[in-house]
Ligand binder design. Structure first.
Ligand SMILES: [Zn+2]
Length: 383
């Protein structure tokens, strides 16, 4: 047999094999004006589509940064940015939450096919992309007004669907212990539960408490709950303590490189639970924190915005000192793929502040303040 014939048989055999095992090498067919523009790589039965290959087939450019694992593509005048392992996708610099994390395979950035098409269709471009079986058909539309109305809800869903509330500490880890013995874990749980009630009663979003009783939970488990629930916002609730009994006030933290000694002290205290967990991993270095900040760049500004609102709303309601928004290496915020903050409600090591934090009225006020911040934050997303 000639080698060309062998090749031919080999190809037929491989095609036969691939049909048996359901390999979908061709992916989705792209059709415009009855012409096949090409095939776009997909995985998981077309549920996820390669952004790179999609933009190439449509004749647009894409740029991949291997270091930061980010891709930027232009599709029909819309700029789309995605980052490996993250559910947030930037579309014309607005943040949208996708149902799946971005998956990178063989240098292809795979994202949810249906969400991508909905997002493109909701925008100014005059083309409509519709997904049918193994095809995406592109058609020209003159008036897309009606469709845009329907998509307002769809966009809203991506942007703000689940709020994860994380009461700090619990079980064998009491957290900080107050001047008169108040435990941080109890204050955190009570305020978190009050907050959860307010949100679920007044807003159309799902809420998840990482713990709703006095149990021990590892920091990694808290993050996992947040990520598994595809949270759109993560709020970790704590109370502070300092060796200086005069220290008082409330502050909100973001993850970031350590810049301020007092902030580092708070992070060290909050990360101390890692010892109780028998944590054998490495401690967060400044290098890690810079990495984490880059990985979170898609929602860093959102975290900052929310943190500022928390400070503002608490400040309106209590006389305690507003210590502002700070950043440091909080392990619990590291790797939570969503805007996230850690709120320190006040110092239980301070006699008068501990007294306030013991009162249910004060806790209710704090919960109301954070709830108002969540409400205001949601409004900024829908603008
Ligand atoms: Zn704490």
């Amino acid at each position: 047999m000639k080698s060309s014939k062998i090749k031919k048989y080999l190809i037929i055999f491989l095609l036969f094999l691939s049909s048996i095992f359901g390999f979908n090498n061709q992916g989705i067919k792209i059709i415009k004006n009855d012409l096949v523009l090409g095939y776009v790589k997909t995985i998981e039965n077309n549920r996820l589509i390669s952004l790179n290959s999609f933009s190439t087939v449509l004749g647009y450019k894409n740029f991949v940064n291997d270091k930061t694992e980010k891709i930027v593509v232009n599709i029909g005048g819309n700029k789309i940015k995605a980052t490996n392992g993250i559910t947030f996708v930037l579309f014309d610099d607005k943040v949208y939450q996708f149902p799946n994390k971005v998956i990178v395979k063989d240098n292809n950035y795979f994202i949810s096919t249906s969400s991508l098409l909905k997002l493109i269709n909701s925008n100014k471009s005059s083309s409509n992309f519709s997904l049918k079986d193994n095809e995406i058909v592109i058609s020209e539309v003159l008036n897309k007004k009606t469709e845009r109305v329907d998509l307002t809800n769809e966009k809203k869903k991506w942007k703000f669907s689940t709020i994860v509330i994380d009461p700090g500490h619990g079980g064998k880890d009491p957290g900080a212990v107050g001047y008169r013995g108040t435990l941080e874990k109890d204050v955190a749980l009570d305020v978190a539960k009050r907050l959860e009630k307010k949100i679920s009663r007044n807003m159309d979003v799902k809420t998840v408490l990482t713990r709703d009783e006095d149990i021990f939970l590892k920091l990694d488990e808290r993050k996992k709950i947040a990520n598994d629930n595809n949270g759109s916002l993560f709020i970790s609730i704590h109370a502070n303590a300092a060796s200086d009994r005069r220290a008082s006030g409330f502050e909100t933290f973001l993850i970031g490189p350590n810049k301020n000694e007092a902030a580092v002290r708070v992070a060290t205290r909050e990360n101390a639970v890692l010892e109780l967990e028998g944590f054998s991993g490495k401690k967060l270095t400044n290098e890690d924190l810079i990495q984490a900040t880059i990985a979170q760049s898609a929602f860093a500004s959102k975290s900052e915005q929310f943190a500022a609102l928390v400070q503002e709303e608490i400040g309106k309601r209590v006389t305690s000192r507003n210590r502002g928004v700070k950043q440091a290496g909080f392990y619990v915020l590291w790797g939570a793929s969503m805007p996230n903050v850690l709120v320190e409600l006040g110092f239980i090591s301070n006699l008068s502040e501990e007294k306030k934090l013991r009162s249910s009225q004060y806790r209710e006020t704090l919960a109301t303040a954070i709830f108002r911040a969540v409400e205001k934050y949601e409004k900024t997303l829908n603008q």
